[in-house]
Design a protein around this ligand. Structure first.
Ligand code: ARG
Length: 563
């Protein structure tokens, strides 16, 4: 039951068609304070057409309004304030949540349309850094959110497995590396070679020429170069997968840049056929002046293709493969221009579906105020951060609940969940600083706080014994429960909003709000007292548990039963 919709209907019923229900709906506000009601309609929206003062309009309309189903409807200056019938509202919400369980809030807006999500996409032969965390967890959460809205997401890891860095890596490996070393500790050794290359080429610029030659060999299919590339790729992927396992994140496709090697000729000839390629200092470019963008560089003087050439091939491939309704790219804000160019070139090629491509940018993570970079070797290994977070969770659990069963598993869920939640509670375009102690706290605006609240709800239910809870006719007269009931009722709309804005933080903020309002209620009421509303209170606790768990799931965070 959408109460805002009900209010819109009530108003439009007394308007003689001056505004449609949808118009009214769009104008309805939610007052800041509950004493002003649950919804308010600003009557000045009608002042022009009715030629009357808004105060008067509010008065007159209230007289005509059918108050049945509301606690009261009253004029307040230029507003009409609606107070919902709290008892019916509460009993309705609880009934809906408990009968739909984890399906609560599911909608079919997406009508099964496919949505490829380009996410994580680290570069081979370098470790995943904190910088890649954001794309991974935002992408994963968006996939869950889109599915909850009736879409079918396809999680694509567009691996950076091609490019001049492989020439550098092969050069470094041949100069300083050994097979045994790499086998023993692949990802760190590969990084070491890469970093050393960048240190030494400062003094020995000839290294760059050797690297260029090796990359050329790789592009020409040279056997040794190809074998090394394959080996580096598979070793890197193994270590990436360990991290993804830790995060509990899977992919539907690992087709990275190299996959498009044989698909770029077609792109280039399509561009030629449409007369879009221009020569500029020996290179082939697409002019994008009318979009106010720099020309897109498609082919270099030596014939080498570029990042955007691959992305053009990938976009077309995805369109053909998935017939997508939306195609998302969860990639840092520093690539905003790249995606503008990508869309513009596709548009010039006559592909209307370029409008369905959305870059979902995000800000930087700094670590105690410092920027992270692979070239300098100042990386923060995501793997280590996760392990530290798990350890910190373990310490806190040992303190709070030393007898906890499965403490290891719970520490993992809490530590990893804390890192993910911290990332997602920030609006994605904001940059933020990462400080482990703050992230893993059990109080404040953290993942563990939400998990703890949900586990507490479960523990109340356990204490209540297995008396089965009746989901119907649950009237709660305690006004302290109102905020929690309203939060529960808003969940389906929160889910829609998160998808419309590609914004997991909408879900994270909702989870924090629900947890806070529930804790307040919990602190002020005797849930297990034996009176006529006991079943209703337990039903509310159960509803909160169901919805908090589902909200966490949409973020990719697990909810331990006990902690
Ligand atoms: N590998 C790139 C990086 O780490 C991100 C790739 C994003 N996806 C894409 N289709 N361009 O910066």
């Amino acid at each position: 039951m959408d109460y805002k919709q009900q209010v819109a209907q009530t108003i439009s019923d007394v308007l003689d068609g001056q505004l449609t229900v949808d118009d009214v709906y769009a104008k309805i506000e939610v007052p800041k304070e509950t004493k002003m009601g649950d919804y308010a309609f600003p009557a000045f929206a009608l002042a022009k057409t009715m030629h009357k003062a808004p105060q008067m309009i509010a008065q007159e309309l209230v007289e005509k309004i059918d108050q049945d189903g509301y606690e009261k409807v009253e004029p307040a200056g230029p507003y009409i304030n609606f107070f919902l019938d709290k008892k019916a509202f509460g009993s309705n919400v609880i009934k809906t949540v408990l009968s739909e369980k984890e399906q609560y809030g599911q909608n079919e807006d997406g009508k099964g349309g496919q949505v490829p999500i380009d996410m994580s996409s680290p570069n081979i032969a370098k470790p995943i850094s904190m910088g890649h965390l954001r794309s991974t967890v935002i992408g994963n959460s968006l996939s869950l959110i889109m599915n909850k809205n009736g879409y079918k997401s396809v999680k694509i890891n567009h691996l950076g497995d091609w490019g001049t860095q492989f020439g550098k890596l092969i050069t470094a490996y041949k100069l300083w590396g050994s097979e045994e070393e790499v086998k023993a500790d692949p990802i760190n050794k590969l990084l070491e070679y890469y970093v050393r290359f960048h240190q030494e080429d400062q003094e020995k610029p000839e290294l760059d020429d050797i690297a260029r030659d090796w990359f050329k060999k790789l592009e020409d299919g040279d056997e040794e170069a190809t074998e090394l590339w394959k080996w580096f790729r598979s070793e890197s992927l193994k270590s990436f997968k360990q991290i993804y396992d830790k995060l509990g994140i899977t992919f539907d496709s690992y087709k990275g840049e190299a996959f498009y090697n044989d698909k770029m000729d077609e792109v280039v000839s399509m561009l030629e056929d449409r007369n879009l390629l221009k020569e500029s200092r020996g290179a082939q470019v697409v002019d994008l002046e009318k979009y106010n963008l720099n020309p897109a560089l498609i082919k270099k003087t030596d014939g080498a293709t570029l990042y955007i050439t691959r992305d053009l091939a990938a976009a077309i491939y995805r369109y053909r493969t998935y017939d997508f309704v939306q195609s998302l790219y969860v990639v840092g804000a520093e690539q905003i221009n790249h995606f503008k160019q990508l869309k513009a070139v596709l548009k010039e090629m006559g592909f209307d579906w370029s409008d369905d491509i959305h870059h979902v940018p995000f800000g930087l993570i700094t670590l105690n105020g410092k920027k992270l970079s692979t070239r300098s070797g100042r990386v923060v290994l995501l793997d280590e951060v996760l392990d530290d977070a798990i350890k910190l969770a373990q310490t806190q659990i040992d303190e709070k609940n030393p007898d906890l069963k499965n403490a290891d598993k719970v520490a993992h869920q809490v530590g990893v969940g804390a890192v993910i939640f911290h990332d997602l509670k920030n609006e994605r375009t904001n940059s933020f600083d990462f400080n482990l102690e703050e992230v893993v706290r059990f109080e404040g605006e953290t993942g563990p706080y939400v998990q703890y609240t949900r586990a507490r709800a479960e523990s109340i239910l356990r204490k209540a014994g297995d008396a089965s809870i009746d989901s119907a006719d649950n009237v709660i007269s305690d006004p302290q429960a109102w905020e929690t009931l309203k939060a529960l009722e808003s969940f389906p709309n929160v889910i829609k909003k998160a998808a419309a804005q590609y914004e997991p933080s909408v879900i994270a903020k909702f989870a924090l709000h629900l947890a806070k309002s529930f804790n307040k209620y919990y602190a002020n009421s005797k849930i297990l007292a034996d009176d006529s509303e006991k079943n209703a209170r337990l039903a509310l606790v159960q509803s909160v548990s169901v919805v908090l768990k589902e909200a966490l799931r949409l973020l990719g965070v697990e909810a331990p039963e006990e902690m």
